[in-house]
Ligand binder design. Structure first.
Ligand code: ZN
Length: 316
């Protein structure tokens, strides 16, 4: 399995189309010179060291699932200036065949917003210092290549790596359901680039939670878990901020549209509502407030003054 940053491009090579794709994920439209774009190989359809492979159909689904996913560098906490986001993906065909289909790999294009803090990191990527990419995803089916049994439902007796007749058994990772945050891991210089496997091994959290025994995780799995946890934490924080703003907005709008409701009661109402209810109430109150205070018409002092019909704009 080859998962790595493959080649880099300088900002001059950022195309208009790429910038347009990038700006779908940004809060404000970025300029070419503000972004750094590079491409990376996320996974391929070869049988990996665990005796598993993604058929091409899975890569096609993963291509969509990885869009918009962020990656972090070398374990650093998720933060804007140390993360990259995938904005484009493509399944590329390579020479050769594997299990009756053309060899192919999933390439992704990611961008980083250039800042003072990530200058060195960008230089490093630009210089071609190879970093491995560790990615994780979940699949709905893990099927046996010999009999087609779905190991998620009912395992068969075939063993991965064992020959049955003229075929060696492997497992096909099918129907991906989710792709997770990815991370970069620096490869020590003396190591043969791209040899260490950082595969798209699905980590079945459900199974993990249900496990009653002591479990051990590989460093790679631990990293994946950590990266997922941190990403969730970030999302939770952002969610809380949003809800708190929404509550404030609802209290304010209640004061405008329903002055008879005391601020204390308004606060309590906002506090008790679910986020979706808050959202609905905020929208409806906004409409009510807009009806109560329609936008003031554009005044034309000259003509109105001539007609002698100028009204006091402060009288509603
Ligand atoms: Zn089987």
């Amino acid at each position: 399995m080859q998962s790595h940053i493959e080649k880099t491009m300088d900002s001059a090579a950022v195309t208009d189309r790429q910038l347009e794709q990038i700006n779908r994920y940004t809060r404000r439209a970025l300029q070419k010179e503000e972004v750094f774009v590079f491409s990376l190989i996320l996974c391929d359809n070869q049988i990996d060291r665990d005796g598993e492979r993604f058929p091409r159909a899975s890569l096609e689904v993963l291509a969509k699932l990885f869009l918009g996913k962020t990656g972090i560098f070398d374990h650093s906490p998720v933060s804007l200036n140390q993360s990259a986001r995938i904005f484009d993906t493509q399944v590329e065909e390579l020479p050769g065949q594997v299990e009756g289909e053309p060899c192919c790999q999933l390439r992704a294009w990611a961008y980083m917003v250039r800042t003072d803090k990530n200058k060195d990191l960008i230089l490093e990527i630009d210089a071609g210092i190879k970093k491995e990419v560790s990615v994780g995803c979940a699949v709905a089916k893990i099927t046996c290549s010999i009999c087609g049994a779905d190991w998620k439902k009912e395992p068969c007796s075939h063993q991965k790596g064992v020959r049955y007749g003229d075929k060696v058994c492997h497992h096909r990772l099918e129907e991906p359901t989710d792709a997770y945050e990815w991370s970069f891991v620096a490869v020590p210089a003396q190591k043969n680039a791209g040899v260490t496997k950082q595969a798209c091994r699905p980590m079945d959290l459900e199974k993990l939670w249900q496990s009653r025994e002591t479990i051990s995780l590989t460093p790679q799995e631990l990293r994946e878990l950590e990266s997922r946890y941190k990403a969730l934490e970030e999302k939770a924080k952002a969610g809380e901020q949003y809800i708190s703003r929404l509550r404030g907005e609802v209290v304010k709008l209640l004061a405008i549209t329903r002055p008879e409701i005391s601020p204390a009661l308004a606060g309590e109402i906002a506090e008790r509502l679910e986020p979706s209810q808050l959202d609905e109430l905020q929208k409806s109150l906004s409409r009510a407030a807009a009806g109560k205070f329609p936008p003031a018409p554009q005044l034309c002092p000259m003509s109105c003054a001539e007609d002698g019909e100028r009204e006091n704009p402060f009288v509603i």
